[in-house]
Design a protein around this ligand. Structure first.
Ligand code: SF4
Length: 317
């Protein structure tokens, strides 16, 4: 590769590489292999070279044949790293923006042994595209596609944008499952490559939002208002969490907000369940929900209330 081409490519990738997390990934993952491939590179070019080519993302899972993350049969790619820390999070292993290790015990012949496991791995974009494209037949036959979920995919905007744009070039339907917590300019840059946005709406009161998720909802609500005006297809997702999001006050405020979103017509209710609480113990995370359970009939009541606003309400997510 010529030096001019190399530097042009560097600038392109560096431009796409918005977040500190992505910069760290490029530094850690690309340096050794790139420098090995180019032993004659001058020292002054080496720093630039770190950003080149084998763009990598940090993910923790890929689910094939997913049916609750958008239309049809989908592949869901779970990005690792989330700026929120919701009390009820079903994937607590998704929150840290780094590969984590933990020790678990395995039993064999009546003896127990400690075993080191890792959560999360770096994946090159070409490899991820290969996996996404391997299910094309299912997308075509079912009207499905790929869903970028997490964690928060918008924490790795450069990798997300490039992957989504490659999917669009291959005529693969793309959905973005997001908490909405990202700078608006990042969201605007990625939207052209996204067909459907699955957008979480949790708590309207800002102080309570901060208490239960760790961040303010101001940026989230601004992004929601922008999306409502954008004409992009948006499905809202409302997690029904006992004593937190299903309070009378929050439901009243959510309904009030929904009546103002005149272009958004679909909301999915996500039911809280405690089966993932075991993960908190396994991964040594603080479990703030304890043994709370959703009362029977709670989902049906909320569904009715939202339907009375003329919304299409789903409960399978
Ligand atoms: S936004 Fe989603 S992934 Fe992030 S902490 Fe909350 S529930 Fe978990």
């Amino acid at each position: 590769m010529s030096r001019v081409l190399l530097i042009q490519k560097c600038y392109h990738i560096e431009f796409s590489c918005h977040s500190r997390l992505e910069k760290q990934i490029f530094r850690k993952q690309n340096a050794r292999s790139l420098l090995k491939e180019n032993p004659k590179l001058e020292i002054r070019d080496q720093k630039l070279f770190l950003y080149i080519a084998h763009m990598k993302g940090l993910i923790f899972d890929i689910k094939h044949y997913a049916i609750h993350d958008g239309p049809g049969i989908r592949q869901t790619v779970f990005f690792k790293g989330c700026p929120l820390s919701c009390w009820w999070c079903h994937n607590p292993e998704s929150q840290q923006p780094e590969v984590e290790t933990y020790t678990r015990t395995k039993s064999l012949d009546g003896q127990t042994y400690p075993r080191q496991d890792t959560i999360g791995y770096y994946i090159a974009m070409d490899d991820l595209m290969g996996i996404i494209q391997s299910d094309t037949i299912f997308y075509d036959e079912s009207g499905g596609g790929v869903t970028f979920s997490g964690g928060e995919p918008l924490m790795q905007p450069g990798f997300l944008k490039e992957t989504a744009s490659r999917c669009k070039n291959s005529n693969i339907h793309t959905a973005l499952d997001t908490s909405g917590y990202a700078e608006q300019k990042i969201l605007l840059e990625i939207l052209p490559f996204i067909d459907l946005v699955l957008f979480d709406l949790k708590i309207m009161d800002d102080a309570l939002h901060q208490q239960y998720t760790g961040v303010s909802n101001r940026m989230i609500l601004e992004n929601l208002a922008m999306l409502n005006e954008s004409g992009k297809e948006v499905h809202l997702r409302f997690p029904v969490i006992p004593g937190i999001t299903n309070t009378e006050k929050n439901l009243r405020e959510i309904k009030n907000c929904l009546t103002k979103l005149n272009h958004i017509k679909h909301i999915d209710l996500l039911s809280y369940h405690d089966i993932s609480r075991g993960k908190y113990k396994r991964f040594g995370k603080d479990d703030k929900m304890g043994s709370q359970k959703l009362k029977e009939g709670s989902m049906a009541l909320i569904k009715k209330e939202f339907e009375s606003l003329g919304l299409q309400v789903g409960t399978g997510g």
